[in-house]
Structure formats: C-alpha cells, structure tokens
Design a protein around this ligand. Sequence first.
Ligand SMILES: Nc1ncnc2c1ncn2[C@@H]1O[C@H](COP(=O)(O)OP(=O)(O)O)[C@@H](O)[C@H]1O
Ligand SMILES: [Mg+2]
Length: 288
Amino acid sequence: MDQAQKLRELVRGKPFNTVQNSNKKSETEIITITSGKGGVGKSNTSVNLACSLAENEKKVLIIDVDIGLGNTDLLLGVYPKFSLMQFLKGDCSLDQAIMNIYDNVDLIAGGELSTDDSLLSKGDKNLITTNLEKLRVYDYVIFDTGAGISSNVTYFCLAADRVLVLTTPEPTAITDAYALIKSLYNQSNEVQIEIVVNKASTEHEGKLTGKKLITVSKKFLSQQPIYLGFILEDKAVTNAVRKQVPYVKEYPSSPASKSVCKLAANLTGNQNINPKKRVGFLASLFKR
Ligand SMILES: Nc1ncnc2c1ncn2[C@@H]1O[C@H](COP(=O)(O)OP(=O)(O)O)[C@@H](O)[C@H]1O
Ligand SMILES: [Mg+2]
C-alpha cells in the first residue's frame, strides 16, 4: 500500500470540526504546482499567483514541498524561523511553521532534509495527528513541488484538488511535462490536470503549447487536461528574483504580472470546471 493511500485511509472517518471563519465562504482548494522539467518557473508562479489571488481577497497559504531545494522563502525575501521539515519532525507546531508574508499570503517554507523519502514517513504521523484543520481558513493552499516524477511530487499531486503542470514552450520542457502527465494519469484517472505555459513569447505560443499537450494526452492517454493559461517571458521576472520581491509586487504593470493576474482569474473562474471532482485525499479534511 503506498503512503498516499495509507494516509487516505487513515484520515477517512475522522471528521474535523468545522472552523468558523466569517471571511471565508467557500471550501479550501488544494492546488499543487509541478513540472516535468526543472527550472521552468514553478516557485515564481506559486509566489506570484498567491500574491495575485491575495489581491483579489483570497486567503492563500504556500507550502514549499520541494524538499531540500525549496527557495520560495528566497523569492519572498524572508528568513523563516521554522519550516515544514521542522513541523514534520515535531520540532515546531503548525502555527509556528506558518509565516505571514503579506496580507492574505502565508508561507510554510521547505527547510532542510537529508533524504528524500523521510518526508512522508515522518509526515504521515504528523499530518494526521496535528492541526491540519487549521488550514481551512485559507481559500487556497498551494503546494510548490520539485520537478519530475518522484514519489514526493506524485504524493502532493494526488493529494490536490487541482494540479497545475507547468511547462515552457521548449520541446524538452513539453516532453517532460507529458511524461509527468502520463505518470499521473496512470496512477489516477481522477487527477485534475491543468496546463500552465510559462515563459511564453506570446499568448498564441502559450495556447499552442497547451494544445500540443492536450492533443497527445487525448490521443495516447485518452485523457484531457485543461489549458489554464500562460505567463509571458519577461525580464521583470529575473529582476524581481534578484531583488527577492515577487514581480507582481515590484513590477505590477509588467507583462508577466498582467499574465499572472489573468491566470489567477482563470483559476478562480475555473473553480467549478468539474463539480464532481473533489478527489484529493487531503480535500476530505477540508469538507464542511
Ligand atoms: N516568466 C518568466 N520570464 C522570465 N524568466 C522567468 C520566468 N519565470 C521564471 N523565470 C526564470 O526562471 C528561473 C527559475 O524559476 P523558478 O521559479 O525558480 O523555477 P522552478 O521552481 O520551476 O525551479 C527564475 O529564477 C527566473 O530567472
Ligand atoms: Mg522551485
């Protein structure tokens, strides 16, 4: 039995009390941001999408699960005292691991890890026994993962309500995105995959790249991922990374910021894309 399944079974039948929060009307959505190839912009997208959602009155928590290599804290220019690893090891509470960054934007930083696999074995116990229901105060919980088809990445993809697979228009990134999409669909035909094309030179290139992935998925996997949108390639991104400030904050009128705002709108607008889908096992924790 894989760990995801074990966790799913353990949480079943253990309803959490409803958290009263007057500001929050809908259920928490769990979004996992991932990619086949590394360096395609997952962390930048996680951070800037979160900021953009926050500006639209959504309360967002970013959880950096790129274990050992996570750098969302660097992109936000913060130095968290505690991390996800410390929480999973039992060295701090969930509350202590959550750092407030901006209005409506909180972060749980990744932290250090010696081996890849220890995350879930340690996490299993802690995720279940600790205070996950506290996360219900968020509209969105965004998992920022590492690249590729590791067990950790798969775990967070299968745990999510929606998986945003990032690619760039480069053939190598598209091929790796397809390999990841194939692997995810092989493990679950209920996973909701949405494609985001980062570093697109035009809107058209974004759409075309998305279409390529959708076409091959339909043909060879009989599955149809959704095209969520694109983010333009923009020097503002690299400049903002150097300044350790999200580009939507530092350069709000830049092309990249405008495209990430559209992406946020698509994300919230797509909430009911498939009402039957609420399949991620962590989602069951958030049901009211
Ligand atoms: N839209 C973009 N335009 C230009 N450069 C980008 C864009 N998105 C990401 N980058 C560059 O790619 C680098 C890697 O991004 P990052 O978010 O760390 O990727 P990942 O998390 O997928 O490894 C960034 O430091 C930035 O320089
Ligand atoms: Mg990253």
